[in-house]
Design a protein around this ligand. Structure first.
Ligand code: ANZ
Ligand code: ZN
Length: 878
């Protein structure tokens, strides 16, 4: 092995070469079926927005480090990559630049694929797919049809958030403060027919199975899922009508606080509630449209729950009344904007003394407030009918002002009211979920066509399986005026599969969360033409062993993917109950912010790349100047990299300047993966210096020839033993840090120590050379998951092929120390150190300590006390 090796590290040259080698050898290709130890590692796939950002780089580096580690461990690892390719940005780009969303998307994919390859990911690129291809969404449509036939998908006229600018329905979480998340337009309400997935049928199972994930998922994510599903046990209680001549039914409410029943002072209904509509109709007959106008007003604005809770309370009395189910007393019925039609029964029994929203409402409209729970938070805190206290809402208290029920606690009161009202048909216990069915229809072009046909005679008819996929035309440039499919008879004109008559194809497309709910399964056999997943492939690869992604997907994406796994299981497509055994949620990437503030308070943000920093000798920042004009800017502190603060750092620039290995090592070293990572130029330079030193060590060793490879362990010098021990301790630590703790930062720190120890080592004979060789090749192998290009290049000079090599094995005998370091103190002050045999006796230690010249000079008289702490220190008191 006398190939010449560059004495200095040249990242760009070696990275391109190594990547070509992987590609030529298909180094990371796996088969659809696998035997032996294997593992499926998946990082959340990217939306092809145009170019990679730092969050992507972090996400994919973490996944790659884990993948490469397990591959070193001799396992067959599937690490795939693909594209979440449908969605709004492509349409918005189309509107802005008159380019077809398909073209825009595929161009972005080509560019980003190249960027990902330059990162050096050990991905099986033969499995790549984009979700916007008919080969993929064909099977999504197939599942849709199966679920529709089973009744797990239904169509319902529903009130939705309508964004008048983006011309689309928004999910509740896309509404922020009553405005569309993208357009900022005031959201309106509309009634349109939509398809729904009956996810509520799976609510209990989605909740229960979280327990099976408790060892593999972050606690915080499990809690967020639990809260989102929101199981509550409560009671349905009926308040009979007091105006049976006009409204027979009475009002049924759902409550989780049946204990407060005697404190009900009015009943509130949603604007869409039948009683509200009846009252408006009665009034209209009398020529008054006040209620109707109010109902209309409530219909505008957001249906997002969070917004409703905080929005200004609006209300109007209906003029109708109901009877209290226990006392028979008349209670007024109000329309209130804080009551949701879609939750419970769209009506609440209002208990202003113990519910904050009712309290606010009652105070605003002068409705009575009756305290019925004595739940003092502070010992002598008094109930106030004008100012809300946190503890009013507490369940821990006894009933008061409740007649025969006084003194009961929450559970006893619940049981007592149920016992009284259930026989009269006025109450029953009920489990309720906060989770609602998932509306998936989008009035958008760039999405998966919903495989349904609307026939005037037959209604909604699923597209027959042999006519799937319904292909989305790709040469369309939307102009912003609604869904272009509605203007394309060649798309929507069809015949009814049922009666053969003229019919119209559904032009709505699916929520893009549908594609990302099952892509993980498709990767197991991405080319399969017979179904969603090839059975043997699903058997081999699923579930995903390790899933990695941002915590921003902790609720919806993960819930939908878990739901889909169960749907596919019940369809016989996959086995097992959960798609992702282990989940790692990576932290955010932060960077410094810099700005100037105009007189009117408007801030202009400057990108960190355009800022010149002046620092003192300790590295503290003294001032920051914009390179464009040399004038000062304000330092705004570290924030999440984002467009709004203009503090994004382009990963491409880092890769171009230092190479991918440096970017990877920096990212993994700067913080544990689940914590936020502060971007720093100094950190990047530090990572680069580390790699340069590794290179110099290895290149220097090779340059000297140094052929010896066999270690004669029986005849090692003390310092050679020390280096061997360091080598094997590092193997143990790095293995444990990566596999068990995902503590990549401390693994790299251990590698830095091994580098230092190797650098200090002076080989004096062949045995020493062999020990140093072992240290260097071990360092390179352990470094390979982080800096694979550098490792592969150097290892090949040692005759080792990274693609073939396995993780080094710890030699337990190398770990045992046969010497120990003993600190010697005189009167508690450090005066010397001993390097002695591990089995030195107490007397030997004392004798050796006293014999040290640097100690002797302080032993001015006979010792009064001699303290020996085994394996640690000797303290001589004079
Ligand atoms: C009386 C009561 C007294 C309530 C009290 C709360 C506190 P969770 O736990 O989230 O399921 N509610 C019921 N249906 C509603 C709707 N359609 N829109 C708005 N609010 C609704 O919430 C259940 C509680 O939310 C119910 O318990 C009801 O108010 C309200 F001191 O009933 B409660
Ligand atoms: Zn028909």
């Amino acid at each position: 092995m006398t190939t010449h090796i560059d004495p200095e590290y040249q990242a760009s040259a070696i990275e391109a070469q190594v990547q070509q080698d992987w590609e030529a050898r298909k180094a990371f290709k796996v088969a659809d079926t696998v035997e032996g130890k294997h593992r499926y590692i998946l990082s959340m796939f990217p939306y092809p927005s145009g170019k990679l950002h730092m969050g992507h780089v972090r996400n994919y580096t973490i996944g790659d480090v884990i993948s490469r580690f397990h591959r070193l461990k001799g396992e067959t690892v599937l690490q795939p990559m693909g594209w979440d390719a449908f969605g709004l940005p492509a349409e918005n780009a189309a509107i802005a630049h008159q380019v077809a969303p398909a073209k825009w998307t595929f161009e972005n994919i080509a560019y980003m694929r190249d960027q990902l390859k330059k990162l050096g990911l050990s991905v099986d690129w033969d499995r790549e797919f984009a979700t916007c291809t008919p080969e993929y969404y064909h099977w999504e449509q197939w599942l849709f049809v199966q679920l529709y036939k089973k009744g797990l998908i239904y169509r319902k006229l529903s009130t939705v958030n309508w964004d008048p600018v983006d011309q689309t329905v928004l999910a509740n979480e896309q509404v922020e403060n009553g405005r569309g998340w993208r357009s900022g337009a005031l959201v309106e309400k509309r009634d349109i027919p939509m398809y729904y997935f009956r996810i509520t049928d799976y609510a209990q199972e989605l909740l229960d199975d979280l327990d099976t994930l408790k060892d593999g998922w972050p606690q915080q994510v499990l809690t967020m899922q639990r809260n989102w599903i929101g199981r509550s046990t409560g009671m349905d209680i009926t308040f009979p009508s007091a105006n049976t001549e006009v409204y027979a039914d009475g009002i049924t409410v759902y409550t989780t606080r049946a204990d407060t029943l005697m404190g009900v002072t009015y009943v509130a209904v949603a604007a869409e509630h039948p009683m509200a509509l009846k009252a408006a109709a009665l009034q209209a007959e009398a020529g008054d449209s006040t209620l109707a106008a109010f109902i209309e007003e409530c219909r505008m604005g957001s249906v997002a729950e969070a917004d409703l809770a905080t929005a200004e309370k609006k209300g109007m009395a209906t003029g109708l009344s109901v009877k209290h189910p226990v006392t028979g007393e008349d209670l007024p019925v109000w329309i209130a904007n804080y009551v949701l039609m879609s939750y419970g029964s769209g009506a609440v029994m209002a208990v202003p003394a113990h519910d904050e929203r009712d309290f606010e409402f009652a105070n605003k409209f002068n409705l009575p407030i009756t305290q019925v729970i004595d739940a003092k938070g502070a010992d002598d805190a008094e109930y106030s009918a004008t100012e809300w206290q946190e503890w009013y809402g507490s369940k821990d208290g006894k009933l008061v002002n409740s007649g025969e029920f006084d003194g009961l606690d929450f559970q006893a009161a619940f049981d007592a009211f149920l016992a009284k009202l259930e026989p009269q048909g006025l109450a029953n216990a009920k489990v309720q979920f906060r989770l609602r069915d998932w509306g998936v229809s989008r009035q958008r072009y760039w999405g998966c066509p919903i495989p349904m046909i609307n026939c005037e005679k037959c209604g909604q008819v699923p597209v027959p399986e042999d006519q799937l996929p319904v292909v989305l035309p790709t040469d369309v440039v939307p102009d912003g005026s609604g869904n272009p499919l509605n203007k394309m008879p060649e798309f929507y004109q069809t015949t009814c599969p049922s009666c053969g008559g003229e019919a119209r194809r559904e032009t709505d497309t699916l929520d893009t969360f549908v594609e990302s709910s099952w892509y993980y399964a498709r990767y197991a056999s991405p080319d399969f033409t017979g179904g969603m997943v090839k059975p043997e492939a699903a058997q081999s690869w699923l579930p995903v062993n390790q899933y990695i992604g941002g915590v921003e997907h902790a609720i919806l994406h993960l819930l939908y993917a878990r739901f889909f796994h169960k749907l596919m299981r019940d369809e016989g497509v996959v086995q097992g109950n959960e798609p992702f055994t282990n989940l790692l949620t990576q932290g955010m990437v932060l960077a410094d912010t810099f700005y100037r503030e105009a007189e009117n308070g408007k801030k202009t943000w400057f990108n960190p790349a355009d800022i010149l920093l002046e620092k003192d000798e300790k590295g503290r920042i003294l001032s920051a100047k914009y390179s464009g004009d040399g004038q000062d800017v304000v330092i705004g502190g570290q924030e999440k990299m984002s467009k709004s603060k203009n503090n994004g750092i382009d990963p491409q620039a880092i890769i171009d300047q230092y190479g991918a290995d440096t970017a990877r090592v920096f990212m993994m070293f700067a913080a544990p993966p689940d914590q936020s990572l502060e971007w720093s130029d100094a950190g990047v330079e530090g990572a680069n210096r580390f790699l340069k030193r590794v290179w110099r060590l290895a290149a220097g060793f090779l340059e000297q020839g140094n052929p010896a490879t066999t270690i004669d362990t029986a005849n090692l010098s003390q310092y050679a033993q020390d280096l061997r021990r360091k080598t094997h301790e590092t193997i143990q630590k790095v293995g444990d840090d990566i596999e068990r703790r995902h503590a990549f930062n401390t693994a790299i720190a251990a590698l830095m120590e091994l580098l230092n120890a190797s650098n200090k080592f002076e080989a004096k004979d062949d045995n020493d050379i062999a020990v140093l060789r072992e240290a260097i090749t071990t360092l390179l192998t352990l470094l390979a998951p982080f800096a694979p290009h550098l490792s592969q290049t150097l290892l090949s000079q040692f005759g080792v092929d990274l693609v073939q090599v396995t993780f080094p094995v710890v030699d337990e005998s190398a770990l045992t120390r046969n010497t120990q370091t003993i600190v010697v103190q005189v009167n508690g002050k450090l005066r010397g150190k001993l390097e002695v045999s591990i089995d030195a006796s107490k007397d030997e230690l004392l004798a050796l300590a006293k014999a040290l010249p640097e100690v002797q000079q302080f032993l001015t008289g006979p010792t009064k006390k001699e303290i020996v702490v085994p394996n640690k220190l000797v303290n001589l008191v004079v």
